[in-house]
Design a protein around this ligand. Structure first.
Ligand code: SF4
Ligand code: SF4
Length: 324
């Protein structure tokens, strides 16, 4: 039985590789550690979730995947690279993760293919696929699956394939052996760390990385430009210092990280809008109707922030002397 599960483990790994995932791993679906819970509850109590009310919900399910998916015993974790190919300049003002198709859809399609394979090989298989769309502590599962460590900038960092990776998970009843047993050399990936480095903390323009491993979303430019529906008022109140020319997200704490040298080239689906965004300036955005905005960015993460926030951010930046 174990041999069969080991074979399926390697079949998942092989299929993930064929589908383009940079790495994959497996962990037992049990409760997260006390230190992970404490860090989450501390951030919640300190108000670091800002207006993201959904982070206050389903906390027990976040801490225990068995409460999220009936009968779960296995968490499979997959890294999908989104880095631009070498020599390709990213457009200004917009976060790299948003340059292409919506990663939720792109990644889930591939996770469903893996689930179909598991269904065909495991009697009574059941599971659910997630990509940043449910109460799942994805970075923690990446660590437990031997894929990397959480950096001081709060991203999952893989010593094998860098920092610019989306995380997809399948929580299921496959009963597969964990990566730390199947590939013991990977334990070192989770045990890695930032050492004395503080580049991300130093690079954060707004002081949102208030201390290592802790991010105050209420000060974070990514949160404000993408999620905040009161951006105009908050900008006027000085809540978002040093916005610069950013109008959708912020990559400063990610770009500062030396582990970028390990990034693998991202999937082409994640860059489809790059040429259009490279040309986009304030006048272009200002001239778009809501319908044109929706048509241009159909199936893109950029729809989430909304046209109004983009224009508000750009207008603020121009007032501050930027010319984006
Ligand atoms: S995304 Fe930007 S503002 Fe937010 S923590 Fe990172 S560097 Fe700071
Ligand atoms: S920039 Fe340095 S401190 Fe920050 S996550 Fe990367 S290695 Fe860690």
């Amino acid at each position: 039985m174990l041999t069969q599960k080991m074979e399926i483990y390697w079949a998942v790994k092989e299929m993930a590789k064929d589908l383009g995932f940079a790495d994959s791993g497996c962990a037992a679906a049990s409760e997260v550690s006390a230190s992970v819970k404490d860090a989450y509850l501390y951030a919640k109590e300190a108000g670091f979730f800002a207006g993201m009310e959904y982070l206050h919900n389903n906390i027990e399910k976040r801490f225990n995947p068995q409460l999220l998916v009936d009968g779960a015993d296995t968490v499979l974790v997959f890294l999908a690279p989104f880095s631009l190919p070498q020599g390709c300049t990213p457009p200004e003002g917009v976060s790299q993760y948003a340059l292409g198709e919506d990663y939720h859809q792109v990644i889930k399609k591939k996770l469903f293919q893996i689930m179909e394979m598991l269904e065909s090989r495991i009697e009574g298989f059941s599971g659910r696929a997630f990509t940043d769309s449910a109460p799942v502590l994805e970075r923690e599962w990446g660590v437990r699956a031997g894929l990397g460590f959480v950096g001081k900038n709060n991203f999952l960092i893989s010593p094998r394939c860098g920092i610019k990776n989306f995380i997809g998970t399948i929580i299921c009843n496959a009963g597969l052996p964990p990566t730390v047993e199947m590939e013991p050399e990977k334990a070192a990936c989770s045990a890695g760390g930032c050492g004395e480095c503080t580049r991300c903390l130093d690079a954060c323009p707004s002081g949102a990385l208030c201390r290592s491993y802790t991010m105050d979303a209420g000060k974070c430019i990514s949160y404000h430009t993408i999620e905040n529906r009161r951006l105009k008022e908050d900008l006027a109140m000085g809540v978002v210092p040093n916005l610069g020319n950013r109008y959708y997200g912020c990559d400063a704490c990610m770009d500062a990280c030396p582990w970028n040298s390990r990034n693998l080239p991202g999937w082409k689906e994640f860059h489809t809008n790059r040429p259009m965004l490279q040309q986009a300036r304030y006048e272009w955005w200002k001239g778009l109707t809501k319908e044109e905005f929706k048509a241009n960015f159909k199936g893109s993460p950029i729809l989430r922030g909304g046209l109004e926030n983009i224009i508000t951010a750009l207008e603020w930046g121009r007032k501050q002397g930027n010319n984006g």
